[in-house]
Each structure stands twice: as structure tokens, then as C-alpha cells.
Design a protein around this ligand. Structure first.
Ligand code: GAR
Length: 206
């Protein structure tokens, strides 16, 4: 399957997926067709270029409505004909125009054990709440904030001497592993959806 990746920032999750692909460790993926950023200065763009992946910069213009922007995004990515879009630190919520117009699948990585701590800065939200365990989640995207069916999750336990930064870093380390696993599961079609529950086939590989 051909995939595209959306980013907004540093792009370390995107790099992890691209590296696994380039080193032939990403089963089910035939091509990473592009990395698209909605932020012109996203540091991830240079990282994608360095890996030889096509980059697209598409910021929302002030005069554009969300609908028009989403229509432009659809038109921009249409020629690539990707079956899967991977949101890897893409900080915009996609609306009905985009979700209705894109006919492939869309997945997102989120740095908490959903449904806890949705939205921005989930790691700090969890840290400040005082949880003993947080982690990361890859889920299908629907029009709700971080609310689509969960594909896989990885818990990360807080240590007594963790700071916000060390806890965040250990979660990120797990994100880098989890996202590629989810990409492969979806690209290989190794799942079934029962209502909200995603049954991952070949669970022993997780
Ligand atoms: C990651 O921690 C990702 O889970 C999070 O943004 C970070 C991007 O880092 N995404 C969200 O919070 C989405 N709600 P990266 O650009 O280095 O991959």
C-alpha cells in the first residue's frame, strides 16, 4: 500500500516510520509517497528531505475557510493515490470535508492511553494529574478529537524520579515503535472492526 504522512513539528515519529520503511522493516508498505506539513518551518520537513522523501508544505491561508483548506489538501494529495494517511504529530483536527473526501484510511498517534488526556500536551496533562501509568495510542481518525477506534496502545509506567521531560521522552520512545506496528497492521489488513473494538489479527507479533 502507498502511504502519506502528515506532520506539524519535529517529525520524530515520521522519521521512525520512514527509517523502518527504508530499511525494509515496514511490512505492507510499498511506498511513502509524501510527507505533508501544515507548518512551513516544521523541522520534520528537512528530516524527510534528508531521507529522500517527497515533501509538501501546505499551510492554511488566513482568508481560507477550514472547508476550503481541506478541499485544497484533498486536491493536493489526490494524485498520489495513497491508501493510508498517517498523522504523526499533525496538530489540526480534520473535519468532515476532508474525512468525507478521502477514501483511504487515516490513523493518528497520540501520546496518552486514550480516552484519557485528549488534545495537546497529553504527556504533561498525565504527569500533572499524577497517573502511575500513561503511554501512547494509535487510533483510526474520525471527526471527534482523538476519539476514533483504538488500534494499539502501549503503556509506559511513571517512575518516582521521573520529571515531565523524562516521562515524555520515554513515551516518545514507545511511540516510535508503536506507530510503525500500527502502519503495518493497517497496510496488511490484519484487523477487523467490531463496533468500536479493533481486533488485531496475529496479536503475537505485537
Ligand atoms: C508526538 O508525541 C505525538 O504523539 C503528538 O505530537 C508529538 C509529535 O512529535 N501528537 C499529538 O499530541 C496529537 N494529538 P514528533 O513530531 O516528534 O513525531
Amino acid at each position: 500500500m502507498k502511504i502519506g504522512i502528515f506532520i506539524s513539528g519535529t517529525g520524530t515519529n515520521m522519521v521512525a516510520v520512514c527509517r523502518n520503511f527504508l530499511e525494509k522493516r515496514l511490512e505492507g508498505v510499498d511506498e511513502i509517497s509524501f510527507v505533508l506539513s501544515d507548518k512551513r518551518n516544521a523541522p520534520g520537513l528537512q528530516k524527510a528531505e534528508a531521507l529522500g522523501i517527497k515533501t509538501i508544505v501546505l499551510p492554511k491561508r488566513k482568508e481560507q475557510t477550514r472547508e476550503d483548506y481541506e478541499a485544497e489538501m484533498l486536491k493536493t494529495i489526490e494524485p498520489y493515490n495513497v491508501g493510508l494517511l498517517v498523522l504523526a504529530g499533525f496538530m489540526k483536527v480534520l473535519g468532515e470535508r476532508f474525512l468525507g473526501g478521502f477514501h483511504g484510511k487515516i490513523i493518528n498517534i497520540h501520546p496518552s492511553l486514550l480516552p484519557s488526556f485528549t488534545g495537546v500536551n497529553a504527556q504533561s496533562q498525565a504527569f500533572e494529574y499524577g497517573v502511575k501509568v500513561s503511554g501512547c495510542t494509535v487510533h483510526f481518525v474520525d471527526s471527534t478529537l482523538d476519539g476514533g477506534p483504538i488500534i494499539i496502545q502501549q503503556p509506559v509506567f511513571r517512575k518516582n524520579d521521573d520529571t515531565d521531560e523524562t516521562f515524555r521522552a520515554r513515551i516518545l520512545e514507545q511511540e516510535h515503535i508503536l506507530l510503525s506496528k500500527a502502519v503495518s497492521i493497517v497496510c496488511k489488513g490484519e484487523y477487523k472492526i467490531h463496533g468500536r473494538y479493533v481486533v488485531v489479527l496475529n496479536q503475537e507479533e505485537l
